[in-house]
Design a binder for this molecule. Structure first.
Ligand code: PEP
Length: 250
């Protein structure tokens, strides 16, 4: 998208212990340099590593975010992490509505929207994930699903600054399968039109990432598709060499 800085974001999921901090250190070093003016980078480690990871990135353009937040500000919600806590650890972003949370924790679009709203209230960028299942794609419902998820998961207060959309076909996550470039182009053009229709200029500039089996070998092709403004990377974000290779595909 013209005049939009792409974002290369990694989602570590439930992986990573203190030993993995070496990977973050290597990434923080690896993204230093002129390319970092043109491409933003973000790693979302598990919450246990958030605070120490942000400290490691003090003098690096690499940003650190979280993988989820609770929709309420605070209170009796054992085991949950609030948006305020993420911001307090110097996290800058939070992923909301990842398909694994929609499945494992039965998260609805309305809940995802509430999480994005509390993220915004705490000055966090919300990365709102949407995407069709394999059955929905086979039934020809992909664009209908994306339309409904965008309408119900994206808050009215979403701007190009505070919100990133991540299009992640559920069947492409962790499977090694990816849609064709033509299918990615169709989905992203559709989401761009929906976002612009609802949010005008903010929707026109809002970043729409592609996610689902992005690897060093396919990053260049996927990132070159119109309206693809970066990537959300699972497996290939765990190793600094892979993550940096995808970053350098720009
Ligand atoms: C993800 O979890 O957001 C993801 C896209 O995973 P992977 O890259 O492993 O398919």
């Amino acid at each position: 998208t013209p005049d939009v800085t792409p974002l290369v974001a990694g989602n570590w999921k439930m992986n990573g212990t203190r030993a993995s901090l070496d990977q973050i250190k290597a990434m923080a070093e690896g993204v230093k340099g002129p390319l970092s003016d043109k491409v933003e980078t973000l790693i979302c480690p598990p919450a246990t590593l958030l605070y120490v990871a942000t400290a490691l990135c003090d003098d690096s353009p690499l940003m650190i975010g979280a993988q989820d937040c609770h929709e309420k500000a605070s209170g009796a919600h054992t085991g949950d992490v609030s948006a305020e806590m993420i911001a307090d650890c110097f996290g800058t972003h939070v992923i909301v509505g990842h398909s694994e949370r929609r499945t494992d924790h039965k998260e609805s679009d309305a809940l995802v929207r509430a999480k994005a709203e509390i993220a915004h209230a705490n000055d966090l960028v919300a990365i709102i994930c949407i995407g069709e299942t394999g059955d929905e794609r086979k039934a020809g419902k992909t664009l209908d699903v994306l339309k409904a998820q965008l309408a119900a998961s994206v808050p009215d207060g979403a701007t190009a600054e505070n919100t990133v959309i991540a299009y992640e076909p559920v069947w492409a996550i962790g499977t090694g399968l990816t849609p064709t470039a033509a299918d990615v182009e169709e989905a992203h053009a559709f989401m761009r039109a929906e976002l612009t229709g609802r949010l005008a200029g903010e929707g026109a500039k809002m970043r729409i990432l592609y996610g689902g089996s992005v690897k060093p070998g396919n990053a260049q092709e996927l990132m070159g598709v119109a309206n693809v403004d970066g990537a959300l990377i699972g497996g290939a974000s765990l190793k600094s060499d892979d993550f940096l290779a995808i970053y350098r595909a720009y």
